[in-house]
Design a protein around this ligand. Structure first.
Ligand SMILES: [Zn+2]
Length: 416
């Protein structure tokens, strides 16, 4: 199973928008932008929403059937660990091995010594394809990177072998992710991580490092775009180098866990992808849930009431909802409108505040982040929320498709 060059992790919290999402990929394909869908959902999301991995498989298969989608599609067990992977094995054919918790903890001395001795040849000046000048990996830097990441990659190896013992490895795609940590990984650290992945025999097709800058949920990138652009390009060069040097899968590519909607870095990403002829996996799952709320608001009537209630409850339970997302949320409370104000908004006022249109003066990124983590409220509403999704299905579908197609796919993926 070989993941295509361009793929997008679209997720879908409530498993209702599969067709609307796939339609966006269909529209992009008509313009020569070919991307395959990956429906990703983490254990955390399943627990909060009350779904199981088989639901994602069912939804994906139904969407593919409804639109007669001829290309591949995948179901990603997102951010799994040994603790929770078993429930995903049957329904998933893409596994994101999350070993971020093991970073920063050293492997045992013997393993570290063996690793650094084996990769001694990486030290000194390195030339990377497509980049000016040379990179320097000192012996000390190699050792330090090994101390930070070898244990994590060993854990990824254990997890990979655990899955491979239950499902033939040629029937799934493997991603190694280390993005959910505080400290970004430099391109030279990525090189060391890839050496360790090859040593462990993990046939990784995607790797998700932590980039510099903040990737807050549902809103734009916060950080120096030029710094990100350089780092992204260097990572692409490191991957191309590592594929040759370590014999990793030839389609190995970066996976960017965007936290949704990182519009300002899309353009530099697209330029770099074109320059290197490189592939990309972009995860932008949460954005669809926000389009559902926008669609509810725009429909008016009962669905609009539901959208207002989601905000009211989220506002009242801000600390609880934001807690699990502390490193990827940055809400200025004083910028949040009081729920009584939102209760008086029309559907289009609500939609304008929530929709990610930076040029619109009504757009409120603080409100958007709060609603982003508010899907737990919708899950608790149960039938009332799901009925509202049905009632407003047309306006929701239009928003979901337009958002993925116009704001994401065409901005980040180069045409063939
Ligand atoms: Zn992630």
């Amino acid at each position: 199973m070989q993941l295509e060059k361009h793929s997008i992790g679209i997720g879908d919290r409530f498993a209702r928008q599969g067709v609307a999402q796939l339609r966006a990929l269909e529209q992009a394909a008509a313009d020569g932008i070919h991307v395959v869908p990956v429906w990703n959902k983490s254990f955390r999301e399943h627990s909060l929403v009350g779904t199981v991995p088989a639901d994602v498989r069912r939804e994906a298969a139904a969407a593919v059937k409804a639109l007669h989608w001829q290309k591949s599609f995948y179901v990603d067990a997102d951010h799994i660990s040994l603790k929770n992977v078993d429930g995903f094995v049957e329904s998933s054919d893409f596994f994101t091995l999350d070993v971020a918790d093991y970073t920063g903890k050293p492997a045992d001395d013997d393993a570290l010594r063996t690793f650094t001795a084996r990769h001694e040849g990486l030290t000194g000046d390195l030339r990377l394809p497509g980049l000016e000048g040379t990179f320097r990996l000192t012996r000390e830097a190699l050792t330090a990177a090994a101390r930070k990441y070898l244990l994590a990659v060993q854990e990824a190896g254990r997890l990979f072998r655990h899955i491979a013992g239950r499902k033939p490895p040629e029937r799934f795609v493997t991603e190694v992710s280390m993005d959910e940590t505080d400290r970004p990984q430099t391109p030279m650290e990525l090189l060391v991580i890839l050496a360790a992945i090859a040593d462990e025999g993990i046939p990784a097709q995607t790797v998700a490092p932590k980039f510099s800058g903040r990737f807050n949920k549902g809103v734009d990138y916060v950080g120096d775009v030029a710094v990100f652009a350089r780092e992204f390009e260097e990572d692409l060069a490191v991957i191309a180098f590592a594929v040759e040097r370590f014999g990793l899968p030839s389609n190995l590519k970066l996976s960017v866990h965007s936290g949704s909607d990182k519009f300002s870095i899309y353009e530099p990403m697209r330029c770099a992808l074109r320059k290197y002829g490189a592939g990309l996996h972009l995860k932008t799952a949460g954005t669809t849930w926000l389009e559902e709320v926008i669609g509810l608001a725009e429909h008016g009537g009962q669905p609009l009431d539901v959208a207002r209630d989601i905000y009211r409850h989220a506002f009242g339970r801000l600390d609880e909802l934001c807690g699990p997302y502390a490193t990827v949320i940055s809400i200025r409370r004083e910028r949040l409108p009081a729920p009584e104000i939102v209760a008086g908004w029309s559907g289009s006022q609500y939609a304008a505040a929530l929709r990610h249109d930076p040029a619109c003066p009504a757009y409120n990124p603080d409100l958007r982040q709060l609603v982003h983590v508010g899907y737990k409220i919708a899950a608790e509403m149960g039938a009332r929320f799901l009925d509202a999704l049905d009632t407003a299905s047309e306006s929701i579908a239009a928003n979901v498709t337009e958002n993925l197609h116009r704001r994401h796919i065409v901005r980040v993926f180069p045409a063939a």
